[in-house]
Design a protein around this ligand. Structure first.
Ligand code: 5GP
Length: 190
C-alpha cells in the first residue's frame, strides 16, 4: 500500500536494525484517516471470505481491527488479553506469546464464549516480526475449532521470518507494507 510506505518513510524511525517506531501514526498517536484506508484495504482483500469475527491482540491492533470491522459489516472484534485480571471469570483459550518488544513470555487469553466452530476469523495485527503474536492467535483459533480466513498485517518485517512461518503453514498472509531491511538508516521495502 503506497500511502502507508510513504508514511513509514516520512515518519518512521528505525531503532537500530530490528525495531521500527511508528508512534506518530500507529502505536501512540493514531492517524484515523490513514487507519481508515488501511481498514478499507484489508476489507477489500477479505471481502469474499464471509468473516464473522476479527481477532487481534491488545493493544495496537485494536484500532486497525475496529476500522476494518466497519468496512466488513461491523463484525465483532475480539482482542486477546495479555494480563489476567480479576474480572476475567469463565473459561479461556490461551497461548504463550513471547513479546517482541519486552522479551517476556506471557499467556494471552480469549474467553471461550467469543469464538466457536461456526466462526470464520480474520486475524489482524499492527506488526509481524518473528510471528510469535500471530502464532498465539492462530493457536486460539485452532483451539476454538473456528475457520481461519487469514492474517492481515499493517507492517511486516520480512527479515525477521514471521511471514515465512505463517505461509509455510498454508495460511493466507496479507501485509500492506513489507520491510525487507532497515540498515544504515534506510528502510527498504519488498
Ligand atoms: P512478533 O510476535 O511477530 O515477533 O512481533 C509482533 C508484535 O510485536 C506486534 O504485536 C507488535 O506489537 C510488536 N512489534 C514487533 N516489531 C515491532 C516494531 O518494529 N515496532 C513496534 N512498534 N512494534 C513491534
Amino acid at each position: 500500500m503506497e500511502l502507508l510506505k510513504q508514511r513509514i518513510l516520512s515518519d518512521g524511525v528505525e531503532l537500530g536494525t530490528e525495531i521500527l517506531k511508528v508512534d506518530s501514526f500507529l502505536n501512540h498517536q493514531i492517524d484515523i484517516g490513514l487507519i481508515r484506508q488501511i481498514g478499507n484495504e484489508f476489507a477489500v482483500r477479505f471481502q469474499n471470505e464471509n468473516i464473522t469475527k476479527i481477532l487481534t491482540i491488545e493493544s495496537s491492533g485494536i484500532a486497525v481491527a475496529c476500522v476494518t470491522s466497519l468496512c466488513l459489516g461491523e463484525v465483532p472484534v475480539i482482542f486477546a488479553k495479555k494480563e489476567k485480571a480479576s474480572s476475567m471469570t469463565g473459561e479461556y483459550f490461551g497461548a504463550q506469546v513471547k513479546s517482541f518488544t519486552k522479551g517476556t513470555v506471557s499467556m494471552v487469553r480469549v474467553n471461550k464464549s467469543f469464538i466457536g466452530p461456526e466462526d470464520t476469523i480474520l486475524i489482524i495485527d499492527d506488526f509481524l516480526a518473528h510471528g510469535e503474536a500471530a502464532s498465539g492467535l492462530i493457536s486460539i483459533v485452532e483451539q476454538a475449532g473456528a475457520k481461519l480466513a487469514g492474517v492481515a498485517i499493517v507492517i511486516e518485517k520480512e527479515f525477521q521470518g514471521g511471514g515465512k512461518k505463517i505461509k509455510d503453514r498454508g495460511i493466507r498472509l496479507e501485509s500492506l507494507a513489507v520491510v525487507c531491511s532497515m540498515a544504515e538508516g534506510k528502510i527498504h521495502f519488498r
